[in-house]
Ligand binder design. Structure first.
Ligand SMILES: Nc1nc2c(c(=O)[nH]1)N[C@H]1C(S)=C(S)[C@@H](COP(=O)(O)OP(=O)(O)OC[C@H]3O[C@@H](n4cnc5c(=O)[nH]c(N)nc54)[C@H](O)[C@@H]3O)O[C@H]1N2
Ligand SMILES: Nc1nc2c(c(=O)[nH]1)N[C@H]1C(S)=C(S)[C@@H](COP(=O)(O)OP(=O)(O)OC[C@H]3O[C@@H](n4cnc5c(=O)[nH]c(N)nc54)[C@H](O)[C@@H]3O)O[C@H]1N2
Ligand SMILES: [Mo]
Length: 773
């Protein structure tokens, strides 16, 4: 391809490229010095928690750690420009809809509460009191509290999340669709079943002790850059890093750290990867089954030859249940099935199994390449099975590590943002607050969209996030939102969700995590929980982007007080006057948080204890359970139109210059794509097979037999080193191809990493171009 906008990236991940990219985004913002000061507070005591990802730090590590993404996230939030009444007076909502997601967020910070006026098709300024009154009116006139949906995105602090769930439950429903439903839901479900706890079992220091780290379906170079450091450190001390990813992701191949300038000067690359396997999409369960099959074969040989055992028999006997059924299932799975479904050769699987066996302590990490499939729960249970065979759970340097995305997505669940709340939580709320806690399960993301589509849900409230773009089946989801009587978004930046309005609509602008939150004359901190279950406090430092901004806890309190009135279970104003009061309630009702306010004084915060790390299993059998699932076999959906073979199987993934639906820039440096996002990566062999050339413009059509056409228009074909039969395009541009009914078994997570598609030549100019700002 001669197009300058697609180039091969040859340098390592991190390094000068990362610094250059950060510097560029700094210079583009109006307040470089202010931002630099802000950044230096990130993840230190008395600074603010990085609003980037959920990766944790070594608690003793005093060094200021930052990465390119953290820098971008901080910078993005502290934009000097305001999106307020003047801005909205210039555009109708219909006009704003013509702009790209990138342009919308790039306009600056939301500064005033705004109400949609359907007559003029414009947002107009409103007061906080009028906004709260409008919400209360709509909520209180519903026939049932279950007709409202309360979404949460994972940046929301523990304090805000706790108040939010308290308000919503006092209002009377468990309708908590949550970004987690689209993210690590399968991890939580599978782990709860198998080891009794829905969170990772490792802490930061375990990475320093591991002999092998398996990285499955995760792209840390782009999405968790700070994780590259322990990976590199592991390789340096001779530990193995074993990656499973159909794409050769740059950050997993080689790595340079931007804070080690010496290495950059000598241009010394440290390899992070000792083996890199490229499975079929959705093939990881078969890979893991293959590893188990080798372990079983070697265990039998060891028994015959009287050589040291391969399985950890003591662990299996003392701590697990179901091993016989599971091993029978392993025996019953043929190599033909394993090879066919994994996309790897038997030799490759043997190599992976050999590396696994060689290590005494293994951490298995995974992310969206594992969790966004139809059979994700079974994939994760198979990862756990393999770990249980060698006792790799609940000992130092070993364990299970679902690497979370949003910086407080894990904390939000801990605080009770859960549409299927555990009994103990409801009992605790019941006892502490003395109101009739709703007991029936609420809606997850997919069910919330279905309920709005069918007119069963009439009010949508979003605590952060960008529901209209992050969800599947985009045009259909937009129609569902538009049917609502009221849509409300608590946000920092303008996004498309604000433009997909219900009959009434509100934008409520809130403080970001980097900004000082003063209540009652005193600075308030909020707490977050990282992927290693470390809880720490975060104090915003920067002056707020506008005088009218309110904090998320204050906004929840305002809505709650106005809606519940005399039926309020708590004094909302008192809670907001000092967030320590909210933490006292958390301490009273959520296990692990006793003396919450006191323990926060510990530098680096405190660890929420996790029974599985001590080999206490909170399952029905009080043991860790082997899960004897059959391989899924045919992965193609049953809903494929009769007689049709897909051209390709598409996964949707993240680029380098984005944070979920927030697009910081139009470059995907490591994949060599510049200035554009409407691209689809396909193997050259497939491009030729399908009768196209590299650089051609195509439409992608999703194959799902329900009478709806799902078409993504005008994507440029990019010849790429990707396994044959696969394609990859960016989230959220390709979300319209994911059918709402295509979701994971048990998890309800949209299958964003497995979409059967057909491609055809694009009609000229059938798509709005992405505007640069
Ligand atoms: N810069 C940046 N950082 C982020 C985010 C962001 O958007 N931008 N988002 C945050 C959030 S909310 C999350 S959840 C995390 C997400 O972090 P990731 O899970 O790393 O995100 P994805 O880009 O969705 O990529 C998943 C990876 O899985 C691979 N993959 C896809 N299908 C399969 C499969 O079937 N098997 C295997 N083995 N691999 C597969 C893809 O090639 C890709 O490399 O990142 C967080 N951090
Ligand atoms: N096809 C496809 N779809 C996916 C995925 C995929 O891989 N493929 N990934 C899924 C995953 S893992 C996730 S987590 C979801 C993400 O879904 P969401 O969490 O809903 O989306 P984000 O893009 O993170 O939300 C960005 C918006 O949050 C607001 N915001 C930013 N900071 C703050 C804050 O501090 N407070 C408040 N109140 N608002 C703030 C800004 O207005 C910004 O526009 O998307 C999911 N959707
Ligand atoms: Mo996520």
């Amino acid at each position: 391809m001669t197009d300058k906008s697609v180039q091969k990236y040859t340098a390592a991940a991190g390094g000068w490229g990362a610094l250059k990219s950060v510097t560029k985004s700094w210079i583009a913002s109006e307040k470089p010095l202010k931002n630099l000061r802000a950044l230096l507070k990130t993840n230190q005591d008395h600074g603010f928690d990085c609003p980037g990802c959920a990766w944790g730090e070594s608690p003793e590590n005093g060094l200021v750690k930052f990465c390119e993404n953290g820098a971008k996230a901080v910078n993005w939030e502290s934009s000097g420009r305001q999106v307020g009444p003047d801005f909205f007076a210039r555009y109708t909502v219909t006009k704003l809809l013509e702009h790209s997601d990138y342009w919308l967020e790039d306009q600056g910070r939301l500064s005033h509460p705004m109400r949609y006026d359907a007559q003029t098709d414009k947002y107009v300024e409103t007061s906080w009191e009028a906004a709260f009154a409008l919400i209360a009116k709509h909520l209180n006139q519903l026939d049932s509290p279950h007709q409202a949906e309360f979404y949460t995105s994972g940046r929301t602090s523990n304090e805000a999340a706790y108040l939010y769930q308290l308000f919503v439950r006092a209002f009377g429903t468990n309708n908590f669709p949550d970004c987690s439903n689209m993210c690590h839901e399968a991890s939580g479900h599978a782990m709860k079943q198998s080891v009794g706890v829905g969170k990772g079992t490792v802490v930061f220091h375990d990475f320093e002790k591991a002999d092998a780290i398996f990285v499955i379906g995760q792209n840390p170079g782009t999405n968790h850059p700070r994780m590259l450091e322990p990976l590199r450190e592991a390789v340096e001390r001779g530990a193995q890093v074993v990656c499973f990813n159909p794409l050769k992701e740059r950050g997993l191949e080689r790595f340079q750290h931007p804070q080690h300038p010496l290495e950059m000067l000598t241009n010394g690359d440290a390899p992070t990867t000792t083996a890199y396997f490229r499975p079929a999409l959705g093939g990881d369960m078969a890979v893991m089954r293959g590893i188990a099959k080798y372990l079983l074969q070697w265990e039998r040989e060891a028994q015959q030859n009287n050589t040291p055992a391969v399985f950890d028999h003591e662990f299996i006997t003392t701590h697990t249940s179901g091993v016989d059924d599971y091993l029978a299932q392993v025996d019953a799975t043929s190599w033909d099935e394993i090879v066919e479904q994994s996309g790897l050769s038997q030799d490759d699987i043997q190599l992976a199994a050999t590396m696994y066996r060689k290590a005494e302590r293994v951490i298995m990490c995974w992310a969206m390449g594992v969790t966004q499939h139809k059979h994700s729960v079974a994939i994760i249970q198979e990862i756990i099975n393999v770990q249980l065979l060698r006792g790799n759970v609940g000992k130092p340097g070993a364990g299970l590590s679902p690497v979370r995305g949003h910086s407080n997505v894990q904390g939000d669940r801990t605080m009770g943002i859960d549409e299927k709340p555990p009994e103990w939580l409801l009992d605790a709320l019941d006892k502490r607050f003395n109101f009739n806690v709703p007991r029936e399960p609420g809606h997850n993301v997919v069910q919330a969209i279905q309920a709005m589509e069918q007119g069963q849900a009439k009010v949508f409230i979003g605590m952060g996030g960008n529901f209209a773009q992050a969800t599947p089946d985009t045009p259909r989801t937009h129609e569902a939102l538009k049917q609502c009587e009221l849509t409300v978004h608590v946000s920092t930046k303008l996004n498309r969700s604000h433009l997909i309005t219900g009959k009434d609509a509100l934008i409520l602008p809130c403080l970001g995590r980097t900004e000082a939150d003063i209540q009652n004359g005193k600075p308030q901190g909020v707490t977050v929980e990282d992927t290693f279950s470390m809880v720490h406090i975060s104090y915003g430092q920067l002056p707020p982007g506008s005088k009218l901004l309110r904090s998320e806890p204050a906004i929840v309190a305002g809505i709650a007080k106005t809606t519940l009135g005399e039926n309020s279970p708590v004094d909302w104003d008192e809670l907001i006057s000092d967030y320590g009061n909210i933490r006292d309630l958390i301490a009273d009702t959520i296990p692990g948080f006793s003396d919450f306010n006191v323990r926060l004084n510990h530098p680096g915060g405190f660890h929420l204890s996790n029974p599985a790390t001590h080999r206490n299993w909170n399952t029905a059998t009080q043991k860790a359970g082997f899960a004897a699932n059959a391989l899924p076999g045919q992965l193609l959906p049953e809903q494929l139109p009769a007689g049709v073979t897909p051209d390709l199987i598409l996964q949707t993934l993240r680029s380098h210059d984005q944070y979920n639906t927030t697009v910081y820039g139009l470059d995907d440096r490591y994949r060599g794509v510049f200035g554009q996002r409407y691209v689809v990566f396909v193997n050259q062999t497939d491009i030729s097979r399908l009768g196209f050339s590299d650089g051609d413009k195509v439409d992608m059509i999703s194959l799902w037999n329900d009478g709806r056409e799902r078409r993504a228009k005008g994507f440029t074909l990019v010849a790429y080193d990707i396994p044959e039969g696969q394609a990859a395009a960016y989230f959220p541009e390709a979300n319209g191809l994911v059918p709402l009914e295509s979701y994971g078994e048990h998890s309800y997570t949209p299958t964003s990493k497995y979409i059967a598609i057909r491609i055809e030549a694009a009609k000229a100019d059938n798509r709005i171009p992405v505007q640069q700002s």
